[in-house]
Design a binder for this molecule. Sequence first.
Ligand code: HEC
Ligand code: HEC
Length: 347
Amino acid sequence: MIPRLAFLVAAAAATTAVCSSDLQEMPPLPKHLAGQGPPKAPADNKTTPEKVALGKSLFFDKRLSKSGTMSCESCHLPEKGWTDGLPLSKKDDGTLNTRHSPTLFNAAYADDLYWDGRAAGLEKQVLAAWKAQMGADPDAEAKELAGIPGYAKAFEKAFGGPPTGDTVVKALSAFLRTLLPEDAPWDRHEAGEAGAVTPEVVEGFRIFTEVANCSLCHVPPLYTDTLFHNIGVGFDKEKPDPGRGKILADAAAKEGKPVPADAVSMTGAFKTPTLRAVVDSAPYYHDGSTARLEDAVDFLLKGGVPNPNLDPKLKPKSLSEKERAALLAFLRSLTPPARPYERPALP
Ligand code: HEC
Ligand code: HEC
């Protein structure tokens, strides 16, 4: 309570003349998952309420794209668990992505971003997304933002200077570090709230961890190990996406080294997605190929698609109809209740 009050008082004191084009009041930083410290931020981009409020506006602002018609939100909608509900979506230049827009929940806890982990850290990832998805020329866009008084003021407050490509990226990254799912029924159960979930859900957790061994890769409380595994998605089609393998092979080639063994074994491996908000983030898998949660789970229970690099941690499991229903009930309990998301008023 005290920090919240402190921010409100500070915000009120700092704005002598409140004009409608200013950013909204700074929200308090969110609480993080029980048992999981706050996401790490790099030394040169400590998370502050000023950066978060600014990053939130930038995230929803179409002026950040080349065409002026696309924002980060276009592919990461809060109501869809920060995904877009499409198998694959079009970039600002009209070309189609080859991978499904992932959730942004808990992205802050991963060292390697993207399905194949090719970006080391959020700042690198955000810069890449801004350029590749939105066709942006960062310094040119930053100059444009400098001409908008509300933004000029907000950048001054957050970074002590006018917007630059670098500080736009830093503010967006600070905002992403606050996208932590809260109060899913399962969290309330774990916090000791009686009746937060049904006994079927509790049984589903037991099946998830002890029977089907899903938690070998979807490790609580993030429900991901943030590592890469081949479960065979796409291996029933021609030319499966090489995923992590290509990143490792390219890195070796850049240093003039031969293709390393892990580049071969990691071919077709993708980052374990978090299962938080999984109900909202359909369709599933890196290629968005599976529309229903039931089918996604059955794919795993079958043991994925056999291929030379299939992860040995994934084994076929036969569950009774009742056990399967409980497992699904548990997965649904990881999704926070639907609630309207308050979009920022842009300066
Ligand atoms: C046109 C759609 C589109 C837009 C616009 C877009 N993204 Fe994404 N985003 C994607 C796709 C697709 C991926 C996955 C790409 C991959 O893994 O190869 C992704 C991945 C990410 C990830 C990685 C998540 C993880 O867990 O690895 C983050 C973070 C992210 N985007 C943030 C942003 C931000 C910030 C913006 C605005 C600057 C943005 N995105 C704009 C489609 C989009
Ligand atoms: C060997 C590690 C591993 C195990 C064990 C595992 N998963 Fe996964 N899971 C993954 C990976 C990796 C993906 C993404 C694969 C891809 O897109 O190519 C995934 C994807 C999913 C998805 C789709 C999520 C999304 O947002 O796209 C669901 C749902 C899921 N797993 C549930 C389960 C359940 C339930 C079990 C236990 C029956 C399980 N997983 C066991 C690694 C694993």
